[in-house]
Write a protein that binds this ligand. Sequence first.
Ligand code: ZN
Length: 300
Amino acid sequence: MKTYLSFVLLLTVVDKIFAGNGEYWNYEDHGPYTWSQTYPECAGWRQSPLNLDYFDVVYKKFPPFVFSSSFDRPHVFNLKNNGHTVVGELPTGMPRNEIPQLSGGDLPGIFRFTNFHLHWCVLLGESPSEGSEHTINHVHGAGEAHFVFTNEVTKQTAVFAFIITMLPEGESSAWEAYVHNAVKLIRHGTHTQFVGNLMKLMENGNYFRDFWRYNGSLTTPPCSEGIIWTIFSHHIIFSYNELQALSLNVLHKDFRPIQLRNNRVIYHSTLGNTADSLRYCFSWLRAMPTIFIIVIFLDF
Ligand SMILES: [Zn+2]
């Protein structure tokens, strides 16, 4: 009996530590501040996520993104609770020419869709104080959507990120069908299917022009660096009930805190609108005292 109890206890501990998927990390007792003990790269110098703003950036004109036509087409996605989030992938064996692919925007080469997934946090009120991974001027969104792409030649990863904001209670979003299926995935390893259109999920009314760009890392172990991040100013909209259903049914939270920038350059696209132009002007105004001092120095 004693041996049996010990065995059950051991199984319980192993299941808790490895979250049933052989990976020694989670967002609670083995949370982000402990990841580097097992995954040293999580303590690297080019980690993600970062805080972003409109001023401490380098403004740059990027060429437009080019999307294959399959982006704006319904696909059957496999949704799976992988123990850390619900990940959406296309069926294996799908013809290569049907897999959505992306280029332009100063991305090095052609990148094919790999998966999409969300980061969130249990909601404590209508004004969430955390949930997104990146922050804008140190302010969190209610969550964050990541669309992951891979360059099959170089194996480099690029991520499109969208901060999630909330609709008033009772309204539904373009992600309604996704949430309807994802909330059923309560246990790790469970899966289902969902028909969705990537372009509509990104519901990008700004033509992918207004964004931040920097080089960072995966925000989950092994925290591999060399990831090209594109974080759009345009937010994705969820209803309060949709986000709450995910956090109550699947995981309470799955976001990594802000990491040190360590002198990295963050670019901001200037392809956008009047607001962008104004921010560009403000960035010059901010730099005026420095320019003034340099001019005086040169004059002497
Ligand atoms: Zn992610």
